[in-house]
Ligand binder design. Structure first.
Ligand code: SF4
Length: 331
């Protein structure tokens, strides 16, 4: 819609254009949550809960050029399925986008090796994302690794992430982490810290059950859990507190963020931890949620009503409303 390819009304326009490489057939990988997985019976035009209509590349490039010039679009994010010629397609697309538009480009893909990564950087990609998705090696294996006939292993993904940091530089490599695949908060916060220590920026997603996938009947994570992980991620990537400073209860739930209460209050009041995380200018409206809610990742600044809901979801009893901001806090 922002590129002018479809008519419609948007209540939160995307500030990045999300493209997906297309071919007839599905991805060669078999991630249990993904409608593009080779074993899923989902619609072929879905990724998460979003549909991806097909357009000729020329029309997309013209739209991108106009929207980058007018300031409506600030980034392109290309997500690649796994298929034999995917890198040829990716290199051609990155090159064409760079030549015609100059818009910063992120690529989310599954490189085979460091040479693949180098070639993406040489073609003009500004950033790369290599997904871990799972918080632990065990969950990775069960959801997207060898147990389900997937081509990747945890060890290999971590190696590729390290190599990508060597090519693109610290902070220019991202990984997606999906909250709600069976991990504890402790495990999720631990991997967020590990990624950050490697120079990799972790982006959070909420597990979203999609019809036709093996996980179609699994539940989304509670908003309360997601909010706690969002706060922990924010503290880690802004170097306010680390995993070692935080405390967890016997169920692995966050019980203490390891930071002064006044500082924590200020950070929560900013609303920043609850915005979509990822590359600069990525807001991914309603990727994990219906616009009617509950909203996991806000695609724009939170309203005061939304902020007071977030406080209640976080249930931080020790932060007294009067200490927070008694003009708007609703208990
Ligand atoms: S590699 Fe990506 S597109 Fe392919 S099945 Fe896994 S999540 Fe889906």
């Amino acid at each position: 819609m922002v590129l002018g390819l479809l008519d419609g009304r948007l209540d939160a326009p995307p500030t990045s254009a999300y493209l997906m490489t297309y071919r007839k057939g599905k991805c060669a990988a078999n991630c249990g949550f993904c409608p593009q997985a080779r074993g899923s019976n989902s619609r072929a035009d879905m990724l998460s809960r979003v549909s991806w209509p097909v357009f000729p590349t020329e029309l997309v490039l013209d739209g991108l050029e106009n929207c980058f010039r007018s300031g409506q679009m600030k980034r392109v994010c290309i997500q690649a399925l796994n298929y034999p010629k995917v890198f040829t397609d990716l290199l051609a697309l990155i090159h064409a986008i760079r030549k015609q538009t100059g818009i910063p480009t992120s690529v989310s893909c599954q490189p085979l090796d460091c040479e693949n990564i180098r070639r993406l950087a040489q073609a003009g990609a500004e950033r790369i994302g290599i997904s871990l998705d799972a918080a632990t090696e065990e969950i990775f294996g069960r959801i997207k690794g060898v147990s389900v006939g997937g081509p990747c292993s945890w060890e290999r993904q971590v190696k590729l992430l390290n190599e990508a940091v060597g090519v693109f530089g610290e902070g220019r490599v991202s990984t997606h982490l999906i909250v709600g695949l069976g991990e504890t908060e402790r495990e999720m916060v631990n991997i967020i810290q590990r990624c950050f220590d490697m120079g990799v920026l972790p982006a959070l997603f909420a597990f979203t059950p999609i019809s036709g996938t093996p996980l179609e009947h699994a539940a989304q994570p509670s908003v309360q859990k997601y909010r706690r992980v969002q706060v922990a991620r924010h503290l880690i990537v802004h170097e306010v507190a680390g995993f070692e400073d935080m405390r967890f209860d016997q169920n692995g739930c966050l019980s203490d963020f390891g930071v002064d209460k006044e500082i924590l209050s200020r950070i929560i009041r900013s609303g920043e931890p609850f915005l979509t995380s990822g590359c600069p200018n990525c807001n991914r409206p309603y990727y994990n949620e219906r616009p009617s809610g509950p909203i996991y990742n806000y695609p724009r600044e939170l309203t005061e009503k939304e902020l007071s809901e977030v406080w209640m979801q976080l249930d931080l009893k020790e932060l007294q409303p009067s200490k927070v901001n008694d003009t708007w806090f609703v208990c």
